[in-house]
Write a protein that binds this ligand. Structure first.
Ligand SMILES: NC(=O)c1ccc[n+]([C@@H]2O[C@H](COP(=O)([O-])OP(=O)(O)OC[C@H]3O[C@@H](n4cnc5c(N)ncnc54)[C@H](OP(=O)(O)O)[C@@H]3O)[C@@H](O)[C@H]2O)c1
Length: 435
C-alpha cells in the first residue's frame, strides 16, 4: 500500500519524547501495514542541543528554537512533551491556529488552559489529543469519549498518581516513615526531585479536573477541587486502617451531584476487598460507573517513558488517520462544556476514621463520644490501646463513624481537639465504600 507521509514535530525529547521516537521507529513497519499513512518525525525541539541523548537522532533534526518546529511547513502534527505551562501553551496555540494537530501529555496545560486550547482547536478545524495527560498508558480518555459514549457517567474514582501510590504501598508493606520512603522513591526515579505537586494532591486534582470535563461535560477548575495530600499519613494510621479492614489510598473521586459535581482528592480508607485497595506501587486505576454499562475498571502504568509514549503514539495515529481521511478534527463535546463549581466541602457526607492521642485516664472515651453524639455522629468501631507504660502518658484511641456530614464532623473534631485530655491534633481521614 502506498503511504502518505505525515510530518511530526516534537517539542521535547526527554523521558516521554524519547519513548515516542523509539515506538515510532520500532513499530514503523507495523504502522505502515495497517494504515495508509506513515508518521515521519521531521524536527525536534530541545532546550540543550548539545546534551547527550539516550536515542540516536539524525544530525540537523534537533533545534533549540521550538517555534521553528511549529512553523515548519513540513510538520502537520505537533507533539508537546516539554511540560509546564509556558512556553507549552503559546506553542500549542500557535500550532492550532496554523491548523496543525497537537498531541500533548501535559495535564497541567490541559487542566489550566483546556478551555482556550479546545476552543482554538475547534475554530481552526485542528485536533487536540491528550490521552497521555491522564494516567499515562491507560486509555482512559478514549474510553470516556468513545468507548462509553452511550453512557451518562454517574461517578468515577481512582488512583491517579503513581508516586503517592508507590509511597503508600511501601509504607504499608515495609513499614517505613513517609519521609524515608519518599527519599527511596526519589532515588529509584518514582518521585521527582521536587515531588510537591504529587504528594500534595495537585497532580491528581489536575487529572480529575480533566476527567470531569470528559465524564460530565463540566469544566471544574482544579484549584476549586477539595485537595489534600499524603504527607500527614503515618505508618500508625496505615496499621490501624489494616486492622479495621481498610487500605489507605490517595483517591480522586468525582460524582454527578446534579447542581454540582462532587470532586475531591484526598487520602481515603477503602475496604481491602476492593480492587482499588489492591493497586500497588506506581500503578494507576480508575473505576468508572456508567448508567448503561455499569462499573468498569481501567488499570495500568500511569507514567514512565514507554507507557506514556504508547498513549501519545495512539493519539498520533488517530490524528493522522482523521487528517488523511479529511474528517472533522475535534469533538464538540470537548468545547461545549458548562462551567461547574464542585460541591461545597460542608455538604460532603461520608464515613470517617479518627485517631486521637489521648491521656491515659478514665472518662476520655465518654467525653469524645458525648461530643460526637451532640453532632449526631454515630460511632461504628473503637480501638482502644492498652495502658501507657508511663503513668499519665498518652495512648492512641481509634474510632470510625457511620456516614456523617463534613461540617458536623469538622466542628466535633475541633471541640475534641480542645479537650485537655486530647494531646495532639486529631487525625481525621475519610472512608469510602464503593459498590
Ligand atoms: N515522565 C512521565 O512518566 C510522564 C507521564 C505522564 C505525563 N508526562 C508529561 O509529559 C511531559 C514531558 O515530561 P518528561 O518527563 O518527558 O519531561 P522531561 O524528561 O523533563 O523532558 C522535557 C523535554 O523538554 C525539553 N524542553 C524543556 N523546555 C524547553 C523549551 N523551552 N524549548 C524546547 N525544549 C524544551 C527538554 O530539553 P532538554 O532535553 O534539552 O533538557 C526535554 O527534552 C510533561 O508534561 C509531563 O507532565 C510525563
Amino acid at each position: 500500500m502506498s503511504s502518505k507521509s505525515i510530518g511530526v514535530g516534537l517539542l521535547g525529547l526527554g523521558v516521554v519524547g524519547s519513548g515516542v521516537v523509539q515506538i515510532l521507529r520500532d513499530r514503523a513497519q507495523v504502522l505502515e501495514r495497517h494504515y495508509d499513512f506513515q508518521l515521519d518525525v521531521r524536527r525536534i525541539a530541545v532546550r540543550n542541543v548539545g546534551k547527550s541523548r539516550s536515542i540516536d537522532i539524525p544530525a540537523g533534526m534537533l533545534t533549540d528554537d521550538a517555534s521553528s518546529v511549529v512553523q515548519d511547513p513540513d510538520v502537520q502534527i505537533v507533539v508537546e512533551v516539554i511540560g509546564g505551562l509556558e512556553p507549552a501553551r503559546t506553542l500549542s496555540l500557535a500550532a492550532l491556529e496554523a491548523g496543525k494537530d497537537v498531541v500533548t501529555a501535559n495535564k497541567a496545560l490541559i487542566a489550566e488552559h483546556g478551555g482556550e486550547l479546545f476552543r482554538t482547536a475547534h475554530e481552526n478545524n485542528a485536533g487536540l489529543a491528550f490521552e497521555a495527560s491522564v494516567c499515562g498508558g491507560i486509555p482512559i480518555v478514549r474510553s470516556l469519549t468513545q468507548g462509553l459514549s452511550a453512557n451518562g457517567i454517574d461517578s468515577l474514582y481512582g488512583i491517579l498518581n503513581g508516586t503517592t501510590n508507590y509511597i503508600l504501598t511501601r509504607m504499608s508493606d515495609e513499614g517505613g516513615t513517609y519521609e524515608e520512603i519518599l527519599q527511596t522513591a526519589q532515588e529509584l526515579g518514582f518521585a521527582e526531585a521536587d515531588p510537591t505537586m504529587d504528594v500534595d494532591g495537585t497532580d491528581a486534582a489536575q487529572k480529575l479536573s480533566i476527567l470531569c470535563r470528559l465524564a460530565f461535560g463540566t469544566d471544574v477548575p482544579y484549584s476549586q477541587i477539595l485537595t489534600e495530600g499524603i504527607d500527614k499519613i503515618t505508618s500508625l494510621d496505615i496499621g490501624y486502617a489494616r486492622e479495621l479492614g481498610y487500605a489507605i489510598k490517595l483517591l480522586g473521586i468525582a460524582r454527578d451531584a446534579g447542581a454540582h459535581i462532587e470532586a475531591r482528592v484526598h487520602p481515603t480508607l477503602v475496604s481491602t476487598d476492593t480492587l482499588l485497595a489492591n493497586i500497588k506501587d506506581e500503578f494507576n486505576a480508575v473505576e468508572v460507573v456508567g448508567d448503561t454499562a455499569g462499573p468498569q475498571v481501567y488499570y495500568g502504568r500511569g507514567a514512565g517513558s514507554l507507557p506514556t509514549a504508547s498513549a501519545i503514539v495512539s493519539d498520533l495515529i488517530e490524528q493522522a488517520d482523521r487528517r488523511s481521511s479529511g474528517r472533522q478534527q475535534l469533538s464538540r463535546s470537548l468545547v461545549d462544556v458548562r462551567t461547574g463549581t464542585p460541591t461545597p466541602k460542608d455538604r460532603i457526607r461520608t464515613s470517617y476514621y479518627c485517631r486521637f492521642t489521648v491521656q491515659d485516664c478514665p472518662g476520655v472515651l465518654a467525653e469524645i463520644a458525648h461530643i460526637f453524639s451532640e453532632y449526631t455522629i454515630s460511632i461504628a468501631t473503637v480501638i482502644q490501646q492498652g495502658r501507657s507504660e508511663v503513668e499519665g502518658g498518652t495512648v492512641p484511641l481509634i474510632m470510625t463513624t457511620h456516614e456523617a456530614g463534613e461540617a458536623d464532623m469538622q466542628r466535633a473534631v475541633d471541640l475534641i481537639g480542645e479537650l485537655p485530655t486530647v494531646k495532639e491534633t486529631p487525625q481525621v481521614l475519610r472512608i469510602e465504600s464503593f459498590t
